[in-house]
Design a protein around this ligand. Structure first.
Ligand code: IPE
Ligand code: IPE
Ligand code: MG
Length: 240
């Protein structure tokens, strides 16, 4: 079976999971930690080299203050409870996104987790927090513009590789497989540049219900896709 090298996931549906049980939204977020563990476990088991999870978008800052602070608390808690096991399992953790606005105790933990796991090589786990695809491209563009303004680079020489290298996922292959749980069929400002040729998979499971069978079904579906990258089927080696 052809496996993706990099899987990117929008973990959506926590609020609806909680509402269906008459619980507050944060109860759904809490319940969403276990499927994260499952995805890490399944990625390690299948030898998938990179996993990128969308945990909090730049737009999610606009949610009620109570929900935002519950999420910040949960991130701290989840990092504290998971980091030892992640490290023991050879997972290299990185956070992508704009960290401005995050509480200092969370920023300190994120930096510590990155430093501690920096030399691990089994799985690269990117957690997108305060992330927006448009912010990512703007941020990269600013860096390139500064290099041009300083004379280190000429605008005419800028390449797609230069922009890719200035983005948050710099150095990682583009995601091969994108999964969104929760039933919505949209990208919601996730990895806009990097998803150009990613296979998209949408499933109705609410995130807290997403399990190893669901992850396996997404991998199966991916294996059945014919990726053409703009060429003909014959050119890409998969028939007409
Ligand atoms: C995804 O679940 C988690 C975050 C965006 C932080 P939601 O909170 O969006 O859940 P729904 O979509 O309202 O059910
Ligand atoms: C996308 O989910 C962001 C995360 C899962 C972190 P949203 O729930 O914020 O997306 P929309 O609002 O349905 O587009
Ligand atoms: Mg949602």
């Amino acid at each position: 079976m052809t496996l993706p090298r990099h899987v990117a996931i929008i973990m959506d549906g926590n609020g609806r999971w909680a509402a269906a049980r008459g619980l507050p939204r944060h109860a759904g977020h809490k319940e969403g930690v276990e499927p994260v563990r499952m995805c890490v476990r399944e990625s390690l088991r299948n030898g998938i080299g990179a996993l990128t999870l969308f945990a909090f978008s730049s737009e999610n800052w606009g949610r009620p203050g109570e929900e935002v602070s519950a999420l910040m608390g949960l991130f701290v808690e989840a990092l504290d409870s998971q980091i030892d096991e992640l490290h023991e399992n050879g997972v290299r953790v990185a956070f992508i996104g704009d960290r401005q606005g995050f509480p200092e105790r969370l920023r300190a933990r994120m930096a510590a987790a990155e430093a501690r796991t920096a030399h691990n090589a089994k799985l690269r786990l990117q957690v997108a927090v305060g992330y927006g695809g448009r912010w990512d491209i703007l941020n990269a563009t600013r860096q390139l513009a500064e290099r041009c303004a300083s004379g280190a680079m000429r605008p005419a020489d800028l390449s797609e590789d230069d922009l890719s290298a200035a983005l948050q996922l710099s150095g990682l292959p583009d995601p091969d497989l994108f999964i969104r749980t929760g039933g919505e069929r949209r990208i919601s400002n996730f990895l806009l540049w990097n998803l150009a040729y990613t296979e998209l998979y949408f499933c109705a499971d609410l995130w807290p219900d997403f399990n190893a069978d669901g992850f396996g079904a997404a991998l199966q579906d991916f294996a059945s896709r014919q990726r053409r990258f703009g060429l003909t089927g014959a050119q890409s080696g998969e028939g007409a």
